[in-house]
Design a binder for this molecule. Structure first.
Ligand code: AKG
Ligand code: FE2
Length: 362
């Protein structure tokens, strides 16, 4: 019999990651993985086409009233789920944007470290992202943080020359806006600002403004908001994305439990867009010691992480769900190369606000 004492050592978050990573037998998502697409009849064929299905029964969630479908979960205050927020055309446009327009200079990608990329772009990491415990950014320590030298990572001594078409499968991330330095997990303000694409910023603003935040926080919110940026009452005017990352996952990739704490605005909405294959997203508490909530994210779903509790919550992606590319991301002709790439891919566009609107760090 297998010694179960090993499992007793795992934190609840680690145990959940192990469970969803398992290949033989694969995890059963139908017990406890929140799959809000099941509530929308227009997504039935998309769900039936894949083998993976979560559930909504017996799980804790609350639907907000309003023009778009929006849900909150009582365990994670500030987390808002907008299933199917992006229509099919917007999903396709964001695929093209991520691959053809964005994953190239001046936006840094993981590939820049080891390869000289074609100037016109390419139209994962080579391993999981290294976890670095960084100092949370604040308006006070920000000049000190920005003065810390951000040394480039050492190029691999073993990387072989590779064709651009093969490199695309090694693409793992591309920066949006402020340059992010993975070595120190801090923004490299010295590199200057690259503007966030206007149509992406508009999608994010629309998502934030589609939510009636009163219903999320209301008059009874007991969390400590500190001084880190404007509160939810004025997000309709103050929210302005200025940074982020596009994550490209191949079906075997995972993103370990982490907290994104590099933003000076530690409470403003982080808008996270899922496109391509579906995934299991885990979000828990301030440490890895509380049981995370598992959520099934499908193509077109948007997640907003906001407020002091949710923005400091451990989260991660233990599983990309293979064979879940929806029909609207397949196609012939000029779309064929995109379909080919997307068959094994999930794209996550993770958009953040580092600074209060109008704040100039220079
Ligand atoms: O892929 C996702 O859904 C989450 C990505 C994420 O947490 C991050 O980029 O910090
Ligand atoms: Fe994150």
């Amino acid at each position: 019999m297998k010694d179960s004492s090993v499992e007793l050592d795992w934190t609840p978050f680690r145990a959940a990651e192990k469970r969803f990573k398992a290949r033989f037998p694969p995890p059963d998502l139908s017990q406890d993985v929140l799959d809000l697409a099941l509530l929308n009849a227009t997504r039935a064929s998309e769900i039936e086409a894949g083998i993976w299905k979560g559930t909504t029964s017996g799980l804790e969630y609350r639907k907000l009233t309003g023009d778009v479908e929006a849900y909150v979960t009582p365990r994670i205050p500030g987390l808002v789920l907008l299933p199917g927020f992006l229509d099919h055309a917007t999903q396709r446009a964001l695929v093209q944007w991520s691959l053809a327009d964005h994953a190239r200079q001046p936006n840094e990608t993981n590939l820049d470290i080891h390869y000289v990329l074609p100037e016109d772009g390419l139209w994962n990491p080579s391993g999981p992202r290294k976890l670095i415990n960084n100092t949370p950014a604040t308006l006070e320590n920000f000049s000190e943080l920005s003065a810390t030298p951000k040394l480039p990572s050492a190029p691999s001594g073993t990387a072989q020359p590779t064709l651009a078409s093969a490199l695309i499968r090694k693409l793992r991330w591309a920066n949006i806006g402020w340059s992010y330095h993975w070595g120190t997990k801090q923004y490299d303000f010295a590199k200057g600002k690259v503007k966030v694409d206007e149509s992406l910023a508009e999608v994010c603003r629309k998502a934030v403004n589609a939510v009636d935040w009163k219903q999320v926080y209301g008059p009874t919110d007991a969390s400590d908001w500190g001084e880190s940026g404007p509160g939810w009452q004025t997000w309709d005017q103050d929210y302005e994305p200025d940074a982020g990352i596009v994550n490209f996952y191949q079906t075997k990739d995972t993103l370990m439990a982490h907290v994104d704490r590099s933003e000076v605005c530690a409470t403003s909405p982080l808008v996270s867009i899922s496109i391509g294959n579906a995934a299991v997203f885990l979000i828990g508490g301030l440490t890895r010691d509380s049981d995370p909530v598992p959520i099934l994210l499908r193509s077109g779903d948007v997640v907003i992480m906001s407020g002091p509790t949710c923005r400091r919550a451990y989260h991660g992606v233990p599983r990309i769900l293979e064979n879940t590319l929806p029909d609207h991301l397949t196609g012939q002709g000029p779309w064929a190369p995109y379909e080919d790439y997307l068959t094994t891919t999930r794209i996550n566009i993770n958009v953040r606000q580092v600074f209060p609107k109008g704040f100039d760090p220079s």
